[in-house]
Design a protein around this ligand. Structure first.
Ligand SMILES: C[S@@+](CC[C@H](N)C(=O)[O-])C[C@H]1O[C@@H](n2cnc3c(N)ncnc32)[C@H](O)[C@@H]1O
Length: 331
């Protein structure tokens, strides 16, 4: 793949000087205020978007990676962005208002990508990216209930049309169901203990807030979150497991991986950025299976991770892993 320079800037538009310095092939990525997309260099190099192609950003978020793609696509390209969070889709709309390609932003779950593409008359694509998980805007807003660091209702829905909230799971699932959910979604080895404690506490009244749940979990595992010894907050995995269940993240990813090969043109590139081992394993397993079936060539023998510099400046990048596969031509 080409080794194009990728430059992050906070200013809109491509400065002619930057182009001269970096070469015509360079890609200038305009960073939306307060948001730094992860692994931009590797995404730029491995997905290698060319002028006039059709690109799907399945998790357009704030439009960070999408701007990178827009620069490379030019006026003849098509950029399609999906997000199941309408608030983020609106931010993407603003951040992509001045780009050259045709832009289609769709409020949809990427599990329904084939239907979303059909709704705009697109049946095949050159590039697909999914940058999984939540965005900083979702984490930062207490009312969304994603963060144990901010007091808010136990909600965690990315799509407000969904009916089940985290509070429903915490207060209604049986002890066994809760323990399984914590273990299988987030590999929380203290899952049984946490589930038992949640069930004891909720007998005295519903657990309705993020901070209350975080305290219950910390009590169950006997770790003081403010202690210097605990590397991560003891409720980190519990919150991850609940978020995954509320948004059906494992099933969504499976559906996307399943649909991708039939949507990709020959030589099409598919990239997934995951943030925990359950997701990464699903991507690795899918890519390997399709390599054996001669549907994909794997472009990343090992997942690409952030370098020291990025890890220091963008904490979200620390657990990010990018895997890329290339669609082989079918006979
Ligand atoms: C990490 S952010 C993406 C950030 C984006 N790459 C950027 O640079 O601005 C993940 C986004 O994916 C969305 N999302 C997560 N799962 C989704 C799904 N199944 N379908 C559509 N959007 C999803 C979230 O709402 C969130 O906006």
């Amino acid at each position: 793949m080409g080794s194009r320079a990728v430059v992050l800037t906070r200013k809109a538009g491509v400065s002619p000087n930057a182009r001269e310095r970096l070469g015509e092939d360079s890609v200038l990525l305009v960073e939306p205020p307060g948001h730094t997309p992860v692994l931009v260099r590797a995404v730029g190099e491995l997905l290698a978007v060319r002028r006039g192609e059709v690109v799907v950003d399945a998790t357009v978020g704030l439009g960070g990676h999408a701007r990178l793609f827009a620069e490379a696509l030019g006026p003849d390209g098509t950029l399609i962005g999906l997000d199941m969070d309408p608030a983020n889709l609106e931010l993407a709309r603003r951040n992509l208002a001045d780009v050259q390609p045709r832009v289609e932003l769709i409020h949809a779950n990427f599990a329904e990508l084939p239907e979303a593409l059909a709704s705009i008359g697109v049946d095949s694509i050159d590039v697909l990216l999914a940058d999984l998980g939540v965005s900083s805007t979702q984490l930062d807003e207490a009312q969304r209930g994603f963060s144990f660091q901010r007091e808010g209702p136990l909600d965690m829905r990315m799509d407000p049309r969904r009916t089940v909230k985290a509070a429903d799971l915490v207060n209604r699932l049986s002890e066994k169901e809760l323990g399984d959910l914590l273990y299988y979604n987030a590999q929380e080895f203290a899952g049984r203990r946490i589930a038992r404690r949640i069930c004891e506490v909720r007998r005295e009244g519903r657990i309705t807030t993020t901070t209350r749940l975080a305290d219950v979990v910390a009590g169950a595992v006997g770790v003081d979150p403010s202690s210097r010894k605990s590397k991560i907050h003891p409720a980190t995995r519990t919150f991850l497991a609940l978020r995954m269940a509320v948004n059906e993240e494992t099933a969504n990813l499976q559906a996307l991986l399943e649909a991708a090969p039939s949507l990709m043109k020959p030589d099409g590139r598919v990239g997934v950025i995951s943030f925990h081992s359950v997701e990464d394993k699903a991507v690795k397993t899918d890519f390997r299976r399709r390599k054996n079936e001669e549907i994909y060539r794997i472009a990343t023998k090992k997942p690409v991770v952030a370098d020291e510099d990025e890890r220091r400046t963008n904490p979200r990048s620390r657990s990010a892993k990018l895997r890329v596969a290339v669609r082989l031509a079918s006979d």
